[in-house]
Design a protein around this ligand. Structure first.
Ligand code: SR1
Ligand code: MG
Length: 404
């Protein structure tokens, strides 16, 4: 594996002097640099000048940051991210940070600085309401799905783009961490001792068979370009609570590949469940809990509405309206299943989430147990849950028991 030299806070300004397009209108003579990457994989630098102008640079490290150099990982993942930003910038520019392009040689991309915004997971942890952000996610997924799938794109172009977008290493991470490791004895798994019986019971009954069905769909259902890791830590919202609707900006696109459209929606649903479990054990105000309970509906309605609005522009008229209805129904059911799988992995496997991990241990135990139980129901009963209201009824009833 070729290793490309990594940037440091000391070398970023000289690097930008060689690459004026990234620097834009930032005055490099007065600029300072901070490294702010708090994700699991990469370096993220913010460069800010004395006039407050700024730019973000993201560079892939040659290893998994969360684990260290013992887990090498190709820096080519930034190429997948660049491809995905190029598509999103074309079809959904209002739901991503402004994209400034790729430096292929150094595996760096340039992005708009959104550090005045907040990562949505942090806002949810604080108990802030951000109306409209889930709808932005639904619209984003619909636009990218339609533009890159065979409904909205010529079949030959779809096949060529699919072939050019394989993302083997990062898909393997998801296959392992989401669909395999939580259900076997694996050294990267961990959970509270009090949850031992809960975790062991995941391997009993029919859950594993359902999970491998979802894994198979993830590995084979190359419908369109998906984000691949669309959790609430991959979304910026304006900082602080808000009364009116807010925009949302989706970032961290390095897991992008041609996969099931339901996977991105499911990733979001599963992370809403994690936020709901936190809100339940912390006994957050009813307004916040009710708003959380409506996020799956908000995202799904926006997705369906946007996709139906795009439908008249489909490139192949042989796709009937009945096919659309059936396809949407299948995406809905699969999204519930993927949501359950994505929630379970955050309790059992490598790469936990602050919604749960920042709770005191007694609350963490209760919240984690609730997530496991509800997520299992989502996976096992997904084909019988016909609407967001039905999913919410199931989830809210289980969470009420937690609060009681
Ligand atoms: C080893 S990477 C662990 C996780 O970080 C990313 O955010 C993905 O969710 C991945 O599964
Ligand atoms: Mg990420």
């Amino acid at each position: 594996m070729t290793t490309i030299p990594v940037l440091t806070t000391d070398t970023v300004l000289d690097y930008l002097r060689e690459r004026p397009p990234f620097a834009g209108d930032v005055d490099l003579d007065t600029a300072s640099v901070v490294e702010v990457g708090d994700g699991n994989l990469n370096l993220v630098f913010i460069v800010t000048d004395s006039g407050g102008r700024s730019v973000v640079l993201k560079q892939s490290l040659p290893y998994v940051r969360l684990v260290g150099e013992s887990w090498p990982l190709s820096q080519d993942r930034i190429l997948a991210e660049a491809r995905a930003y190029e598509v999103a910038a074309r079809v959904s520019p209002d739901t991503i940070p402004a994209y400034r392009g790729l430096d292929h040689d150094r595996r760096v991309i340039g992005l708009e600085d959104l550090s005045a915004w907040t990562v949505w997971r942090r806002a949810l942890n604080e108990g802030w309401i951000n109306r409209g952000a889930a709808a932005a996610i639904g619209r984003h997924v619909a636009r990218v799905a339609f533009a890159t799938g065979v409904h909205g794109r010529d079949a030959a172009e779809h096949k060529l783009a699919l072939a050019a977008s394989i993302n083997i290493d990062l898909c393997q991470i998801t296959e392992d961490l989401v669909f395999t490791q939580p259900y076997i004895d694996h050294p990267d798994n961990s959970w509270l001792p009090a949850l031992d019986a809960d975790v062991r019971s995941l391997r009993e009954g029919g859950l594993v068979d359902e999970i491998v069905d979802l894994k198979h769909a993830f590995m084979t259902q190359a419908e369109g370009l998906v984000h691949g890791d669309l959790h609430t830590g991959s979304v910026f919202v304006p900082a602080g609570p808000s009364e009116g609707p807010v925009p949302a900006k989706i970032f961290d696109l390095e897991f992008a590949f041609y996969g099931p459209i339901a996977f991105d929606l499911g990733a979001f649903f599963g992370n809403v469940l994690l936020a709901q479990a936190r809100a339940a054990v912390l006994d957050r105000p009813a307004e916040f809990r009710h708003w959380l309970a409506g996020l799956v509906d908000e995202a799904w309605q926006a997705f369906e509405q946007e996709y139906r609005a795009l439908w008249p522009a489909r490139v192949d008229a042989s796709f009937t309206d009945t096919h659309l209805d059936r396809w949407l129904r299948r995406v809905w059911h699969d999204a519930i299943g993927f949501g359950g799988a994505k929630a379970i992995r955050r309790i059992v496997g490598l790469a936990k989430v602050s919604d749960i991990e920042s709770l005191d241990e007694p609350d963490r135990e209760v919240a984690a147990r609730a997530v496991l139980q509800i997520a299992r129901t989502w996976v096992e009963q997904r084909r019988d849950v016909d609407s967001p209201a039905a999913l919410d009824a199931l989830t809210t009833a289980a969470l009420a028991a937690v609060r009681a």
